[in-house]
Design a protein around this ligand. Structure first.
Ligand SMILES: [Zn+2]
Length: 202
């Protein structure tokens, strides 16, 4: 995952999630080359690692020229004192400004180098999941870092107040909502238990 430093970007409340849209950033996997479109958040986490869920999860959504989607996800763990990861503390310190759907705020000086390092230096869980139910054939390649990112309680509470509970929309990409899955999740909240595999991800 390669994302250059960003001077400024829009952080927007879409109703279903809060999202930062970006036009720079790449992901190289064994099966493709993808361009970053956006990253967004879920609380609580949509993935469980060794059956453990986490308070927050971020999804970096990439597409290749053919429209195939790859998502890189990180879960968060809260720290008891001080500040956590500088990138996400920076972004989430402004989430209270976009409490209403349709609102947005600018975020500044985003640096992703350490996040790419975090991804490359820890085991990655991978699986393929369909964005939509059959007969749709579009598959999403999911890559989930096994090692949580740290976040302060203060900024976790801030984003939780805005998102409430939005982890049921599993694998939902804006513009490609999966109504059957959403409806099914009303009956059975969907989470993914992920299994470890080895991967080359750059
Ligand atoms: Zn997501």
């Amino acid at each position: 995952m390669q994302i250059p430093p960003i001077d400024t970007a829009h952080f927007e409340n879409l109703g279903s999630t809060v999202e930062v849209a970006l036009s720079q950033g790449r992901l190289f996997t064994p099966t493709g080359r993808y361009a970053l479109k956006q990253f967004h958040f879920h609380t609580p986490s949509e993935h469980r690692i060794n059956e453990e869920y986490y308070p927050l999860e971020v999804h970096f959504v990439f597409k290749d020229p053919a429209g195939r989607v790859a998502v890189v996800g990180f879960v968060f763990e809260l720290i008891e004192a001080g500040s956590g990861d500088a990138l996400f503390e920076n972004i989430l310190s402004r989430v209270h400004r976009i409490a209403s759907p349709g609102t947005s705020v600018r975020v500044f000086r985003l640096s992703f180098g350490h996040l790419a390092g975090h991804l490359e230096s820890n085991p990655i869980y991978q699986y393929s999941g369909s964005l939509t139910t059959p007969p749709c054939t579009e598959n999403v390649a999911w890559y989930i870092s096994s090692e949580p990112i740290s976040l302060s309680v203060k900024n976790f509470n801030a984003i939780k107040h805005v998102l409430k509970f939005n982890s049921r929309y599993t694998q939902n990409i804006p513009g490609e909502s999966n109504l059957l899955e959403v409806a099914a999740s009303e009956l059975h909240p969907i989470t993914h238990e992920v299994k470890p595999v080895q991967h080359e991800l750059k």
